[in-house]
Ligand binder design. Structure first.
Ligand code: C2O
Ligand code: CU
Length: 578
């Protein structure tokens, strides 16, 4: 069983246990049979939970911390209080109503801690849970009018209030996150030399036609995707961004391109958003070859979804073979690009530059020719071997370059089963193909580092965020949401290791700006294939990734989930050079 499915199983069992206890307690005043049945069911679920919690703890403390510190003691109390009373199988089942309800409140309180708070468990949250359980029990006691209830329930209410006050005090302790300073003057555009490639991108609302439908989009130069920007290594790019009428502002972020900080295009961090009528000039030298993309980073979830993105390709030298870029996107529910057929002469070398500009993973399958994955996220792989009938999964923001020699018969590329590019008529069922694991593909090299100057751990989860104007159910990192997540502070020259743990139930495609990270391990196992230098990687539920990078690009960098809805809902922090 994967850790991801354990997380789901544990949650389901916790819900069943809580429902069983509460149901047992509520029905005790009515029928003996039903109440007993539900209580026994809850007891069994609670025992099963001991197993899932132990298994999660073995996978990593992050997955089980609050379950062991808060849920386990509460469940134990529930069993100790309700269990023996049940065993005595009282003729008057009503006498166990309050103990059963207590068990139900304890199980629900623990469940709420997991769902609303998660990691890390704190004394304050524990006390709040206890306060809730004791208060609810006291109220039930009064309501059901059990004997000796008066003094007991009063005492319980006093305990609840004390726990509530202490717990609130502890959880409301001042937050440690220092404010993110703005407008660093790093990476001055004028110092890189005279531009050799000039582009102008004008952002504006536009109507674009997709599959015969008119779509209201936000577009660069009235097209979705925006113009493809190409350069050769050594070029100096100068890109003038103008905003015609995007009221919420635009910027250009060069996704995966490790530009100087001032060119990174993150509003409020490296520049102010470009408002309607304004412009901003980006200038940087193209010294990394590969497949990249650009997109707005102002209200990025909406902005990118509405169409403010395009391709950036930097080639090592003029190309000889056939090159096709495939930026996959979903615009107003319609998939892009639409299918295109282009015959290629047999024997020609072909490079497909696959880009995922959506917020969720896509599955790509190339049929009709053996191919190699030449590069991932702009970095060439070492010793890629030919693959046949194998699919690749590209995370949100990620890029794969597939290369092959055109055979005489047609080839076709499918994205999630839909043909997007082919050299002739092909039909293929690619759904059952195995998926490539890039961690086992190609030829390995020893890691360049074995010592790390800094180490960070990011535990990804969901939780209630009460720091803003309105409470929200945020996507959190170490229990906090943007802007309250403390930045990771490094010094120039540091070798930095960070561990990313996903204890939530959804995939988080992780993306650090300004640096490529080297994969050190996934779920405790080092890669056996080519070194992987990534800027976008899927951290699936239950995954623990170890990655490292050299801090060689000073500034203030966004470090976030590239499911941009998650990034907007709190899952963004910053890497800062101190
Ligand atoms: Cu492509 Cu900060 O993102
Ligand atoms: Cu995410």
């Amino acid at each position: 069983m994967t850790v991801g499915s354990l997380l789901v199983a544990d949650l389901v069992i916790a819900v069943l246990a809580a429902a069983g206890w509460l149901g047992g307690g509520a029905s005790a005043t009515r029928g003996r049979r039903l109440a007993l049945g539900l209580a026994v069911f809850a007891l069994l679920a609670t025992i099963a939970r001991a197993i899932t919690i132990t298994a999660l703890a073995r996978a990593g403390w992050w997955f089980a911390a609050e379950k062991i510190l808060i849920a386990a003691p509460l469940s134990l109390a529930a069993v100790v209080v309700a269990g023996p009373r049940l065993l005595r199988a009282p003729a008057d089942i009503r006498s166990v109503a309050v103990p059963l309800l207590f068990a139900g409140y304890a199980a629900s309180g623990a469940l709420l801690v997991t769902v609303l708070h998660g990691y890390p468990a704190s004394a304050g949250v524990g006390l709040l849970a206890v306060a809730g359980v004791v208060a609810a029990t006291a109220v039930s006691w009064q309501a059901l009018g059990a004997r000796q209830s008066r003094t007991m329930s009063r005492a319980a209410l006093v305990v609840a209030v004390a726990a509530l006050v202490t717990g609130t005090g502890l959880t409301a302790a001042p937050n440690a996150a220092p404010a993110v300073p703005h407008d660093h003057g790093l990476g001055d555009a004028r110092t890189v030399g005279e531009p050799t490639r000039r582009f102008t991108l004008t952002a504006g609302t536009a109507t674009v036609r997709v599959s015969g439908r008119d779509i209201a989009a936000w577009a660069f130069n009235a097209q979705v995707p925006g113009p493809e920007l190409t350069a050769t290594v050594g070029d100096v790019l100068e890109v003038t961004l103008r905003n015609r009428d995007i009221a919420r502002g635009v910027t250009l972020h060069w996704h995966g391109y490790d530009v100087p900080n001032g060119q990174d295009g993150v509003p409020g961090v490296t520049q102010a958003a470009v408002r309607p009528g304004q412009e901003f000039v980006y200038r940087f030298r193209a010294d990394q070859a590969g497949t990249y993309w650009y997109h707005t980073h102002a209200v990025s979830d909406v902005g990118v979804r509405m169409g403010l993105y395009g391709v950036l390709v930097v080639r090592p030298a003029p190309v000889t073979g056939v090159e096709v870029t495939v930026p996959v996107h979903t615009l107003a529910g319609l998939p892009l690009p639409t299918s295109k057929v282009e015959p290629v002469e047999a024997g020609a070398p072909v490079r497909l530059r696959l880009i995922n500009t959506d917020s969720t993973t896509h599955r790509y399958a190339l049929s009709g020719a053996p191919f190699r994955v030449a590069a991932i996220d702009g970095s060439d792989l070492r010793g890629p071997t030919p693959l046949v009938d194998t699919a690749v999964l590209i995370p949100a923001g990620g890029r794969y370059d597939l290369v092959f020699t055109a055979p005489a018969a047609p080839v076709a590329l499918f994205v999630d089963g839909r043909p997007v590019y082919s050299t002739g008529p092909v039909s293929a069922a690619t759904g059952a193909w195995p998926v490539l694991d890039p961690l086992t593909y190609g030829v390995s090299l020893p890691a360049p580092w074995s010592r790390f100057d800094r180490e960070f751990t990011l535990v990804l989860d969901r939780g209630l965020d009460l720091h803003g104007l309105l409470p929200r159910y945020a996507h959190t990192v170490n229990g906090a949401a943007d802007p309250d997540i403390p930045p990771q502070v490094v010094r120039r020259g540091d070798v930095v290791r960070f561990t990313i743990v996903n204890r939530s139930l959804v995939v988080h495609p992780w993306h650090l700006h300004g640096h490529h990270v080297l994969v050190l391990s996934r779920n405790g196992r080092p890669p056996t294939g080519s070194p992987l230098w990534l800027d976008s990687f899927d951290v699936r539920p239950g995954d623990v990734w170890g990655v490292a990078f050299l801090a060689d690009n000073p500034g203030m960098w966004a470090n976030h989930c590239h499911n941009l809805a998650h990034a907007d809902a709190g899952m963004t922090l910053h890497l800062m050079y101190g």
